[in-house]
Design a protein around this ligand. Sequence first.
Ligand code: E4P
Length: 231
Amino acid sequence: MQIFIDSANYDEIEHWLAQGVIDGVTTNPSIMFKDGVYDLEAGAHRICKIMGDKRPVSVEVAGNDLDDMICQGRKFASWAPNIVVKIPIVTESGESCLGVINALSREGIAVNATALLSFNQAMLAAKAGAMFVSLFYGRIADEGNDPTVVIRNVRHWLDEWAYAARIIAGSIRAVYDLQGAALAGAHVLTIPPQFLPKMLDHKYTRDTVRQFNSDSAKALEQIAIKTATAT
Ligand code: E4P
């Protein structure tokens, strides 16, 4: 299973990459805006440079014009070899973006089909050629559905029919969501940076380490006392 960071914050990306726990980056226009990345091309170049050539970096198209989405996708893909183009499954008015996903995928461009809230959407996106299908865990739960069931069913279907598409669990709202998504069979968790320290730290772990350090210091004191009395 892979972990991506759901962020355009360069410092956070560099920090967690150096910790050895992130395999890729996902962004969307809201994340870019929140993290102060207004120039998409410059921001994408910088993130791709941080991540190196092999780790995927998802950058999302904007607007509702299907031909323009294809143009944006081609342009984004030309920026770096590890760019993955994010295409929403439908436009604001519900028009299908499957043709965009299919056209870009057939050109060899890696596509992340995004804003997926259901099993059926994921099935269609995989069928159209998407490399990643992003199921929005928090938003599925907002709609009153169980995101673990959706992820489990999509994973089962992908495996059963040997589709190459990989599930990204996005829209993470709480640390507990990560466990739910991972155990349900997501191939990738994309984690907002604020949750990574919460996954890592534990008050009782700190207490445990404190106890070990204290006993280690006491043992050294005993050696020093024994050495002093022997001389
Ligand atoms: C990631 O690929 C998604 O764009 C992101 O996780 C969506 O999160 P949100 O539902 O909190 O906007």
